[in-house]
Each structure stands twice: as C-alpha cells, then as structure tokens.
Design a protein around this ligand. Structure first.
Ligand SMILES: *[C@@H]1O[C@H](CO)[C@@H](O)[C@H](O)[C@H]1NC(C)=O
Ligand SMILES: *[C@@H]1O[C@H](CO)[C@@H](O)[C@H](O)[C@H]1NC(C)=O
Ligand SMILES: *[C@@H]1O[C@H](CO)[C@@H](O)[C@H](O)[C@H]1NC(C)=O
Ligand SMILES: *[C@@H]1O[C@H](CO)[C@@H](O)[C@H](O)[C@H]1NC(C)=O
Ligand SMILES: *[C@@H]1O[C@H](CO)[C@@H](O)[C@H](O)[C@H]1NC(C)=O
Length: 679
C-alpha cells in the first residue's frame, strides 16, 4: 500500500514536473485574452479593442518591454535535450517622411526587469555597463533599423543574434528565402507591414527565419548559429518576451501575435485572420513618396515657369527710370502698357516711319486711341533736358496742339505717347493722289489753326517755345479736318537717332531759314518754316522738289516769279480746279513770301501773321523785287540729297555727308541739315 502510494506520488510529482514543462505552450492571436500573463513596462501597452501589443509609440526616447510572466525552465540537463520554437508577427511603422528607429528584439532574459536598460541603440536591452557583461544573462534576436557604428552594425535594416551584448555574434540584412523563386528576397523592416518570424532552437543550433505575412515558412533560415543556452542562463531558466526602443529616430513598434512551445512539433500556428491590424499613419507610407515627389516636382516646375515668365517679362518690359524723372511721374507710361496698347507694336498698327523712328497706333483703356512714337537713340546724354522739354511742351494747352500724353524710356529708346489723330498728316492730302484733296476753305482753316497755335507758343508762355520742325507732315488733322501741330522737339534727333545738343539747329530742307547756320533757332526761323508751309499748302507742292524742272524746283522762287509775271494766283494748286477765294489766296501767298524772306527782320511775328491771315490787318506793302523776297537758300542748290553736318561749335558748314531716309507718310525725301550750334 505504501509502495503504491509512493508510486502514485511519484506519478503525480512527475506529472506536475512534466506539466510545468509542457505548460509553456502558448499562443496569442492578438493579446486581449491572456493579458494577465504578460508583464508590461515602459511605453509597452496593449491597445484595445483588437489587442495589438504596442512596444513603443512614435515618440522620442521610448522603451517598452513585454514578458510572458512565467519563465521558460530548461529542465534538468540530463532529462532531455533543450529546445524551443517560437513564432511571432511584428510591424514597425515609421512616421511618414521621417527616418524610423530604433528597433525591437525577441528576448530571453534571466530577469523581467529591464528598466535599468536604456533606449536608442541599446534597444531597451542593456545599459552601457551591462552591455557585453556575461552577468547580463540575456539572449536577444534584434530587428535593428538603425546602423550603430559602435556595435558594428552592418546596415540599418538587419537581424542579429545578441549574446549578452549588442555586438551581434551573427547578423544579416533582413531578407527571406523564397522557396517559390529559389532565391533570397530582401525585406524592409520599417515598411509598416507585418513580418513573420520563426525562431527555432534545437541542440545548440539557433535558427532565425523571416518572411512577409502570409508566406510559408521559408525552408532556409536567415540566421543559423550555435548558441549554448545553458552557458548564458546558468540558472537554466529564462523569461521570454520583447523589447522595443526609440531614440531621436522613432517608429511605432507592434507585436501582433505570438506563439511559443518548447517542442517544435507542438508549436501552434498563428491564425493570421485573427491578428489585429497595424494602424498606419494618416499618410500611408507607400503613397506618400510619389505624392510628395509629384507635389515637389509640380511646385518646382511651377516656380521655374513663373521665374522664367518673370525674367522674360522683366527683360521684355525693361525700362530706364532715373531719379530725376520722379517729377514727371504722372506722365510716365510703363512699357508694358504701351506694348499691350499697340499689340506688341504690331506692324498692322504702324502709322508711319519718319526720320526719327516709327509711329504706332494703339488703344489705352480710359484714354482711347493713341499714337506711340518710338525714337531710338544712341546716347543717354542730353536725355534729361530733352525729356524735360518734351514734357513741358506736353503741358502746354492749346486747342490746336496735338496733346502729348506722356513718355516712356528704355535702353536706347524713347517712346512718346500722344493722342491719335484720325485725320493723319496734311502732307498725305497734298501729295497722295489716292486721298481726297483739301478744299480751299479747309486749307485756309488749317493755316489759321496752325498760325494761332504757333502764335500761342511764341507768346503765350513766359518764355517763347520753339517748334523747330514745322512742316506738312507734322501738321495733323482730326476727323473734322481741323489742324493740329504735333511732333515737338523731334528736331533734336537726327536721322540716326543721335541726340544732338540743345542749341544745335535741325530742320527739314525747304523749311529752314538761312540764318540757322549762323544764329541758330529763333521765333524767326519758326516763322520762316511756317511761311514755307503756307506756300506748300496753297500750291500743293513741296518747298523743294528735285523731280521737277529747275525753274519750279524752289517753291519760294517760283511763287515770286508768278507774282513778278503779274498773277501770283497762278501758283495755286491745280487740284483745287479754280475753286478758291482769290483775295485769300493772294494774301496767303504774299504772306508766305514775306515769312520766307531771307532777311529775318523783314519777317512778321506770328502775332502779325495771325492778324494778316485772318484779314484783321492789311499786309505791309512789298513787291517781288523787295530785297530778301523770293530768294533761294543758296546752300541747298544742287545738293538735294545731301545732309550737311558740321562739328559742334563750328559755325561754318563743313563737308557734307550723305544721309537720306525715306518716309512713309511723306514720299518726300527728308533731308536734314545739321548745323553747328552757331555760337
Ligand atoms: C507614448 O508613450 C509615452 C509613454 O507611455 C506617453 O507618455 C506618451 O503620451 C505617448 N504618446 C502618444 C502620442 O501616445
Ligand atoms: C545597468 O543595468 C544594471 C542591471 O542590468 C544595473 O544594475 C546598473 O545599475 C545599470 N547601470 C547604470 C549606469 O544604469
Ligand atoms: C536550422 O537550419 C539548419 C540549416 O538550414 C538546418 O539543418 C536545421 O535543421 C535547422 N534547425 C532547426 C531547429 O530548425
Ligand atoms: C541567402 O541568404 C543566406 C543568409 O544570409 C545566405 O547564407 C545564402 O547564401 C543566400 N542565398 C542566396 C542564393 O543568395
Ligand atoms: C554549454 O555550456 C555549459 C556550461 O559552460 C557546458 O557545461 C556545456 O558542455 C556546454 N555545451 C556544449 C554543447 O558546448
């Protein structure tokens, strides 16, 4: 009986012993149900409701541990060979756009208390003094996502076996053997995707095998290493669990499921379908790099395009603006607005091409139709004075003055903006056969208009303002064929766009008084030009026409001849077909001759001219033989196609240089004579 009891007792003791050994079979398909059996510390926690074990959340310097709260006892050295198998699923999810870290480890440790360990590259396993010490009694399989040089890490995506030290005894880049394809395939630990791990220990061989979720266990392990467990754990027992750590590099580290058995054959398979889901950061990592790249690319392209457009526009619409122009602010137009007003200076809007530059028609909002004259010039020198003068003239108010609206300056270019005159210039009516011609009453009205505005210029302002270039092509008409004087100060520019000194005299052949060469411009030279203009309008002929017989070539001389022969009215434009007021024609022709007298003192003032032309006063008595009347300007004879220039300061006419430019709005060849400044 006692023997039977003894046997029975032995049986029970054996049973208890065996059961305590075989008891260590567990499985977690998610961690809810057996939560009581886990020892958690640090940042480790079980997320409800699906039972996800989170070792670290993605915050700095975290460390978390989870241990099965009963130790794995190795059993007596003799009874059986030591073995175990474990299978678990983990996931490491970095924050999008941030390098993740540091890593997790499967741990066998003699103690569940790893609170003295440190996070970062120590993975919550060791501290600086316990690392490498045999008294640590710790074996870890690390899944390390940071390359730490101090532990000779091979890369930032490796698996290693750590025996009492973070200096792995063996390690390899995360990969798995694909039996299907017969080759190793790499794995990214920090993908956020679940990864399955099998760790098998039998005899003294420790195998570590990885694979993405839902893969068969690969037939070849990633790591296979001889490890003497009883040497590390002389007490022949170890706690099993996980450690996770972050540092300045962070990621959320999860264990989804875990099974363990000390007998490989009894290891229960995880039920993948029951595993909790891994929470992804709002920006799914897979989608973010292409999206971010695309966004960055589009942003860069956008910026490049905007920058290009900006530079292109800046160059296209570049202007020259100097401090002294401030006072002309309201008169300053931007090049861009003029460019747009003239549709890019489109050739369809080109009104003409004179000796000074091209004229374009345009439209400005609020202002309406404008004419933009582009004057090219070589020098900025004298520009200030010129602009000042032009602007001053723009401020003059007279009903027969073409309003100058403003200007714009660019490198080598000056643009003058004036109101568009729909009637064009007078010369177009006089010399172009395809145009309607002007009736006598229209002609005399124009002459009276221009006489009135010239009188205003000479006397109206505090200082006499000279026009300097009165001629048919500078007299504009509006829709009602009223005359307007335009193109002030243009005479400053010669045919080549060179800005010449303010006192130099410039004009157009046939309109230039002889004394220009010696005494320079004055109101008298304007009167001379107006006289030539009166004859031109009345006779329908240019003051100087090289294409006709020599006796008629000089208009002044020919009109005088007609008068001498008894009928000054014979000089009238034949296109008027006899329809004119004889008395008026006589006065205008005689007045023209008086104004073109080569004796400046003989010429009337513009005030007088207005009196005479409006028949408010009788003409002084003179005849074709009065000295200075009907006399040629000798310098011009025989050199119709020459422009004569002299060096600055010289009062004599020097050797001529050839210059001619044809103009659209007057078929007349515009010969410009430039004299010295006459001082
Ligand atoms: C992360 O875990 C630490 C420690 O448990 C906690 O203090 C912190 O609030 C957590 N942060 C987040 C974002 O959950
Ligand atoms: C390191 O950890 C051990 C326990 O593993 C502890 O006794 C020791 O005090 C720790 N050292 C430091 C510096 O924290
Ligand atoms: C470990 O891997 C080796 C080689 O791949 C294999 O021969 C051995 O059976 C494996 N052992 C275990 C316990 O899986
Ligand atoms: C696969 O990886 C293992 C472990 O790193 C290595 O031993 C083996 O040679 C590799 N095989 C191939 C085909 O690359
Ligand atoms: C393992 O280590 C223990 C203690 O150091 C030793 O007694 C035993 O012989 C070792 N086993 C093997 C297989 O090396």
């Amino acid at each position: 009986m006692a023997q039977r009891f003894h046997l029975l007792l032995l049986f029970f003791v054996n049973l208890i012993f065996l059961s305590s050994q075989q008891d260590l079979n567990f499985i977690y398909n998610g961690f809810n149900q057996n939560q009581a059996n886990l020892h958690l510390d640090g940042s480790a926690k079980i997320e409800s409701p699906d039972g996800l074990l989170q070792l670290t959340n993605a915050t700095l310097q975290q460390m978390g541990h989870a241990f099965f709260n009963r130790p794995f006892e190795f059993g007596s050295a003799s009874s059986q060979s030591l073995s175990f198998s474990t299978h678990f699923v983990f996931a490491l999810a970095p924050k999008p756009g941030v390098d993740g870290g540091h890593g997790i480890a499967f741990v066998l440790s003699s103690s569940m208390d790893l609170t003295h360990a440190v996070p970062t590259q120590y993975l919550g396993l060791f501290n600086i003094s316990s690392n490498g010490s045999p008294t640590s009694h710790l074996l870890a399989i690390e899944f390390d996502t940071v390359q730490s040089a101090e532990f000779d890490d091979i890369d930032k995506n490796h698996v290693g076996i750590d025996e009492n030290s973070l200096q792995s005894t063996v390690s390899a880049s995360a990969s798995y053997y694909s039996d299907k394809e017969g080759k190793n395939k790499s794995l990214t630990l920090l993908s956020g995707d679940p990864i399955e791990v099998w760790i098998d220990y039998e005899g003294t061989l420790l195998n570590v095998t990885l694979a993405p979720l839902r893969n068969q266990k690969p037939s070849k392990p990633l790591l296979s290493r001889t490890v003497n467990l009883t040497e590390i754990f002389p007490d022949r027992k170890a706690f099993l669990g996980f450690s996770g750590a972050t540092g300045s590099l962070i990621s959320s580290q999860y264990i989804l499921g875990w099974s363990f058995s000390r007998n490989r054959g009894l290891l229960q398979s995880l039920d993948i379908s029951k595993l909790p889901a891994v929470p992804h950061f709002k920006n799914p990592k897979k989608a973010s790099p292409p999206l971010i790249a695309l966004f960055v690319l589009l942003t860069l392209i956008g910026m490049a395009v905007l920058g290009g457009v900006y530079l292109y526009r800046r160059k296209k619409y570049a202007e020259v603006r100097e401090p002294w122009e401030k006072e002309y602010g309201p008169l300053r137009y931007s090049y861009e607005s003029l460019y747009k007003a003239t549709r890019g200076f489109h050739k369809d809007g080109r009104l003409g091409e004179g000796g000074f530059g091209e004229v374009y028609k345009g439209t400005l909002p609020l202002i309406g139709d404008i004419a933009v004259k582009k004057l090219s010039h070589d020098a900025e020198q004298g520009m200030k004075q010129f602009v000042a003068e032009v602007v001053t003239m723009g401020s003059l108010q007279h009903k027969n003055l073409v309003p100058l609206l403003g200007y714009c300056r660019r490198k080598g270019e000056l643009l003058l903006v004036s109101k568009y005159m729909e009637g064009g210039s007078v010369d177009q009516y006089l010399f172009y056969d395809d145009r309607q011609t002007l009736s006598w009453s229209q002609r005399i009205t124009i002459l009276r208009d221009i006489a009135s505005v010239l009188c205003y210029l000479h006397t109206g302002a505090t200082q006499a303002v000279l026009h300097r270039d009165i001629k048919a092509s500078n007299v504009m008409l509006n829709g009602n064929l009223q005359g307007f004087l335009g193109d002030f100060g243009m005479a400053r520019f010669d045919d080549h766009g060179t800005n010449i000194s303010a006192t130099a005299a410039v004009g157009t052949i046939g309109y230039m008084a002889l004394e220009l060469a010696s005494t320079g411009t004055s109101t008298k030279t304007d009167v001379y030009a107006f006289g030539a203009f009166m004859l031109e309008v009345t006779c329908g002929r240019r003051p100087f026409d090289p294409d006709i017989p020599i006796e008629k070539r000089q208009l002044v001389k020919w009109v005088c001849e007609c008068w001498r022969k008894g009928s000054i009215v014979d000089a009238i434009d034949t296109r008027l077909r006899g329809k004119f007021v004889r008395g008026e024609v006589e006065i205008v022709l005689k007045l023209g001759l008086l104004c073109t007298s080569i004796v400046p003192e003989s010429r009337p003032t513009m005030e007088k001219v207005v009196q005479y032309i409006n028949r408010h006063q009788r003409l002084p008595v003179f005849s074709p033989d009065t000295p200075g009347i009907g006399v040629l300007t000798p310098v011009l004879i025989g050199v119709p196609s020459l422009a004569i220039t002299s060096s600055s300061g010289a009062s004599s006419v020097s050797a001529p240089s050839v210059s001619s430019s044809s103009s659209n709005n007057s078929r007349f060849i515009s010969h410009t004579i430039i004299y010295g400044d006459g001082r």
